[in-house]
Design a protein around this ligand. Structure first.
Ligand SMILES: [Zn+2]
Length: 349
């Protein structure tokens, strides 16, 4: 059976020419989670010819309330591969490239440059700003979204004079661990689902050049009262299109910043001191071996660490510990972060 795009071809702004354009388009989706699931489904359904999905994570049962692309029985398997398998069933004509790895300083620029559009669906600021910088350097459009509890935010970057990049609006990247992500702050599943569907609309309109969605504006949506607010978000005045003057280069980071372990015993065997950076409630609910300093305490003022000791930072999912490890390395401490967090070593036990 062949896919049938007649209901979107019927739109006069799409037509056969628009459909053919979609089939020739290459879209990079960074993150296959709560935002990425609907983005991937709608873009595959629309017949976007080539999709690349990059996600380093494996499926956890706690993901499913906001990621209905997946099945409980697939828990523990890599999400990028699971997403590709689901999309192949839905539309076998779409080519899906699987990258079961982290979007990082080593692959960012080449990946972004190899696509016509990027949809940014990660859950951390570090990745969002890295996507931003790669897109500015490679002159590629990006559809951004972020979610916090009942609220969401949408922004479109294009390499022109009207569309601001993230650094036009926030010159200094917000540090991860300052604002909670879904694992830590909690979220209603359909909230990222709705924002992801809106990202898919923006992605298709950008590819097809329909309308002027979010030109120089950021859209805020609050699902507690269903209010929306459009904020003026102009390009930084000193920027030349397509380059933002605040984006210079992508600075590579050390390859051993994150380590994957089967158990915490391995860390002890390597002589590393374990530091748990979760908050006090998490620590009490599920104590882990090692010392305990919540991330805010660890990063405030003089770190309570010794210069000559090697540390392994751990948290629930590996995100706060990674952000803390980055910050502490810049201050000269010998720290690394447990990839995937305590959830992963617990599960494998
Ligand atoms: Zn900018």
């Amino acid at each position: 059976m062949e896919p049938d795009y007649s209901r979107q071809i019927a739109l006069k702004d799409v037509g056969a020419a628009g459909q053919s354009l979609l089939e020739r388009s290459r879209v990079l989706v960074v993150g296959a989670g709560g935002l990425g699931s609907p983005v991937l489904q709608y873009l595959a359904g629309a017949g976007v010819g080539s999709l690349t999905v990059i996600d380093h994570d494996t499926l956890d049962p706690s993901n499913l309330h906001r990621q209905p692309l997946y099945a409980l029985e697939d828990s523990g398997r890599p999400k990028a591969a699971l997403a590709a398998a689901a999309l192949a069933k839905m539309n076998p004509r779409v080519r899906v490239e699987v990258r079961a790895e982290r979007f990082d300083t080593a692959n960012a620029l080449a990946l972004v440059a190899a696509h016509d559009l990027v949809v940014e669906c990660s859950d951390n600021f570090r990745t969002k700003f890295l996507v931003n910088d790669a897109a500015v350097l490679a002159a590629r459009p990006v559809v951004f979204a972020s979610v916090y509890q009942y609220e969401g935010q949408l922004q479109v970057y294009k390499p022109d004079r009207e569309h601001a990049c993230l650094r036009c609006l926030w010159p200094d990247a917000t540090a991860d661990g300052v604002v909670g992500n879904c694992a830590e702050a909690g979220v209603l599943g359909p909230v990222p689902g709705a924002l992801g569907a809106m990202q898919a609309v923006l992605a298709l309109e950008t590819l097809l050049d329909i309308g002027t969605p979010l030109r120089g504006e950021v859209l805020l949506v609050d699902f507690r009262d269903f209010s929306t607010l459009k904020l003026r978000a102009p390009r930084h005045h000193a920027c030349d299109a397509p380059r933002c003057c605040r984006v210079r280069a992508i600075v590579p980071e050390g390859p051993d910043l994150e380590v994957t372990l089967d158990s915490l015993d391995e860390a002890v065997a390597r002589g590393w001191t374990i530091v748990d950076v979760r908050n006090a409630e998490e620590f009490v609910a599920r104590p882990a071996a090692g010392r305990h300093f919540p991330v805010a305490e660890l990063l405030a003022g003089e770190a309570p660490l010794a210069r000559e000791v090697e540390y392994l930072l751990v948290c629930a999912t590996g995100q706060r510990s990674l952000a803390a490890a980055r910050a502490l390395r810049r201050r000269g401490y010998a720290v690394r972060s447990l990839a995937g967090g305590l959830g992963r070593v617990d599960r494998d036990r």
